[in-house]
Write a protein of this length. Structure first.
Length: 634
């Protein structure tokens, strides 16, 4: 049997082979730090790095090479919120997606256990981990979030649906200073995925020691009232919410790699490295490598591409679009950058019929007729749209499905072919054979058949695509209009059930499928786009709106089964059924499966994968560990 000393040596050597960690680092707990922090240690303003890191820091393997310290990562944003310091650049949930976007791995927690048939989740935190001001991060902070934020009606008026099963809220237990448990009434196998996604980012970012001064449970009323008045708020919970935001409040401690150091009203926002950041590379170098991140606030989204062209952006994909691609490519040498093409993290343009259209039963019957919607689909020349509007960077619709059995189904593929002859035949079969003097089709009741597609002015590519669709639909005899409205009017129109079709995108696409997000576009009733009255019925527990029936209800039933199913193979079978029913019924008419978007990367900006996703569900580029990006010094 190996002695303890030999066993530690064996383990250290093994880890050095598997993840590239230096055995000496593991054995001695020796770490390196950025020069700017080392100077503060020498001045007595910071403890040594070994005392700032947790007992078991998270080890990050660099994408290409161990980096160098220093430099400023330059980007551009439209507002303080648009910096995504809180969501993308600062992607630090309890658990996270790995860099392949395939599985959920530990992050703030070092491990977790699942028990009681998938009903309980026990998370083990990192002992010695600290907030950016040096105060300990412990189970007390998560307890504060649960008890004083989540269960406080003024801060959280409605308990989040995703933290409930079968209508029963999640329960929380603090087992010890570094162990917490979440319990549900039913199995919840997807809970870790939800925690790793957009729902879980920032969920526990409530440093108790700092925020309790803004909470009436802890702060003397007179003092809190004075703070509320001084901040010009009406209520304490408004002040609390504002003070908790890391992208507007430089004072709030954080677990993120960079901390806001400038006023949110500045035209250039600066975030500096967190001296207590709890991750190291494989050589024991405390991360992040880059000293600071700077965002220049611009008024026009087009200015962001121009800044890239002039060499003023080091790495950025946000707010760049395919329409910028030719300009970015043409000026690569001038700007000293490369242009990577990343998965856009959604489907291409898609059309959402309103299956609960009010006041017109004739048109409503057509909306619910799969033959009618297939005809509309067959009239669309998807290859031409790809070349015209997606610069040839989009993929076929059949590639968007997460399993090959659906994408390779010959019947499903036929739904997305360009076949105007078959489209005309289907329309004639369902009683739309009569036409007016101009050649446009008449409805079964003899009235002109006119369709309107609602689009959001904030998404120019969908406007362009829908105007091309308008041409295709009119070619098969259906008079069509495109109604482009401002973003401020978009959601009120949808909620008011005042539309026929929506031109938007699906929340899943080729090589990008996160069930939590994909369900929004796959499951009737979860979102208003497929029919606001369906969504009202689902969200009200059947008390209001219009009940789903037929295949729409079957999809919803499959979805609810997935949520509580612990068997991954059974979940996949249910998902396959959902996808086939979705395609067969044309609840959505997808135009393209997915597309690539440009990402600007300066030639000296390293450890950025050439192939990745800009997906919202991955908080990209957060899932790629931006803390290991670095600027190569000459």
């Amino acid at each position: 049997m190996l002695s303890k000393k030999l066993w530690i040596g064996f383990l250290s050597t093994l880890l050095s082979v598997v993840i590239g960690v230096s055995p000496s680092v593991l054995a001695a707990g020796k770490y390196n730090e950025a020069p700017m922090l080392a100077n503060l240690v020498k001045q007595g303003k910071l403890p040594p790095v070994e005392k700032r890191l947790p007992d078991d820091p998270m080890i990050i393997t660099p994408v290409d090479e161990v980096g160098q310290y220093g430099g400023t990562w330059r980007m551009a944003a439209l507002s303080p919120t648009d910096t995504t310091l809180h969501f993308r650049i600062g992607y630090e949930p309890l658990v996270r997606w790995d860099r392949e976007g395939k599985k959920v791995i530990p992050n703030v927690c070092k491990s977790w256990d699942v028990g009681n048939g998938g009903r309980t989740f026990t998370f083990h935190l990192r002992k010695g981990m600290k907030w950016s001001d040096g105060e300990p991060f412990t189970a007390d902070d998560i307890e504060f979030w649960y008890t004083d934020v989540l269960c406080n009606k003024e801060l959280t008026p409605v308990f989040p649906d995703w933290l409930q099963t079968n209508g029963k809220p999640m329960k929380f237990e603090k087992l010890d200073a570094y162990t917490v448990r979440f319990s549900f009434s039913d199995p919840y196998p997807l809970f870790p995925e939800y925690l790793a996604g957009y729902r879980g980012v920032g969920l526990f970012d409530y440093p108790r020691h700092y925020l309790k001064q803004f909470h009436p449970k802890y702060a003397p009323k007179a003092q809190l009232d004075a703070k509320v008045k001084a901040a010009k708020f009406d209520n304490w919970f408004q002040l609390f919410a504002e003070r908790a935001q890391c992208f507007t409040n430089p004072d709030v401690p954080t677990l993120r790699p960079w901390i806001l150091r400038s006023s949110p009203t500045a035209t250039r926002l600066i975030a500096e490295r967190n001296p207590y950041y709890w991750k190291v590379d494989t050589k024991g170098n405390q991360l992040p490598y880059i000293d600071r991140v700077a965002w220049d606030i611009v008024q026009d989204i087009q200015m962001i591409a121009m800044r890239a062209v002039s060499g003023e952006i080091d790495m950025q994909g946000r707010n760049l679009s395919l329409s910028d691609y030719p300009l970015l490519m043409e000026n690569r040498d001038k700007g000293g950058y490369d242009v990577y093409l990343w998965n856009g993290g959604e489907g291409g343009s898609a059309i959402f019929p309103n299956h609960t259209l009010p006041g017109d039963n004739v048109l409503l019957d057509l909306m619910r007729d799969p033959k009618f919607k297939r005809a509309l689909s067959l009239a669309i020349n998807r290859d031409e749209i790809n070349e015209l509007h997606y610069l040839g960077q989009a993929t076929p619709v059949y590639t968007m499905f997460p399993m090959a059995s659906v994408g390779n189904d010959p019947e499903i593929r036929k739904f997305y072919e360009y076949n105007p002859k078959e489209a005309n035949k289907l329309l004639d079969e369902i009683g739309l054979s009569k036409r007016d003097k101009d050649g446009f089709r008449l409805r079964p009741d003899g009235k002109p058949l006119t369709l309107t597609i609602l689009v959001n002015l904030g998404y120019s590519i969908h406007i362009d695509v829908m105007q091309t669709v308008q041409k295709y639909w009119e070619a098969i005899g259906i008079r069509t209009a495109v109604d482009a409205i401002s973003g401020s009017l978009w959601w009120p129109r949808v909620q008011a059930n005042n539309y026929q079709f929506l031109g938007y995108t699906t929340e899943f696409g080729t090589d990008y499928f996160i069930f939590d997000l994909a369900a929004i576009s796959l499951v009737p009733g979860l979102h208003a786009y497929m029919g606001p009255l369906w969504a009202t019925w689902y969200s009200s527990g059947g008390k209001e709106g219009e009940k789903l029936t037929g295949d729409a209800l079957r999809i919803l039933d499959d979805y609810n089964k997935i949520l509580v199913c612990n068997d991954s193979k059974e979940r996949e079978k249910l998902l396959e059924d959902i996808c086939k029913l979705w395609a067969k019924n044309m609840y959505v008419i997808p135009i393209l499966g997915g597309y690539n978007v440009p990402v600007v990367v300066k030639k000296n900006f390293k450890n950025v994968p050439r192939k990745a996703s800009l997906g919202y569900g991955f908080s990209s580029p957060g899932y790629l560990n931006p803390e290991q990006f670095f600027i190569k010094q000459r």
